[in-house]
Design a protein around this ligand. Structure first.
Ligand code: HEC
Length: 101
């Protein structure tokens, strides 16, 4: 059952990722990986959060939450500062990419 779910997640994420004009994978690598590594862990500056295993919707909700000030923990200002530089489409593309990690 777990295997089937994993396969479904991959197929679903792939479909979502392919729909974007901006490259979420490239953005993640250059702008997020410094703190969030490959998504299975985060550096100290990354607050120790694990991004892998979260759905695109979940990530997008959290990213928007940081921007609106409605989501986050002790280090939420770090994320709000990072995210201010992205367009909504770029945020969506990165969320879709994180889903495939
Ligand atoms: C300077 C380090 C740094 C960079 C760069 C960074 N983050 Fe973060 N990120 C953090 C910290 C610290 C937290 C925990 C903040 C808190 O206390 O809520 C976090 C939390 C998150 C969370 C919430 C995780 C959860 O489950 O609560 C998401 C999603 C996230 N980051 C995505 C991104 C994306 C996408 C990028 C690239 C645009 C990025 N981050 C770049 C430091 C960083």
């Amino acid at each position: 059952m777990k295997k089937i779910l994993a396969i479904l997640t991959i197929v679903f994420c792939f479909g979502v990722t392919a729909a974007f004009a901006v490259d979420g994978a490239e953005l993640y690598k250059t702008r997020c990986a410094k703190c969030h590594r490959d998504g299975t862990e985060s550096s100290k500056a990354g607050g120790g959060v694990v991004l892998k295993g979260q759905s695109a919707e979940e990530i997008e909700m959290k990213l928007n939450g940081y921007l609106e000030g409605s989501y986050g923990g002790a280090k939420k200002k770090t994320m709000a500062r990072v995210l201010k530089k992205f367009s909504p489409e770029e945020l969506k593309a990165m969320a879709a990419h994180i889903c495939t990690l």
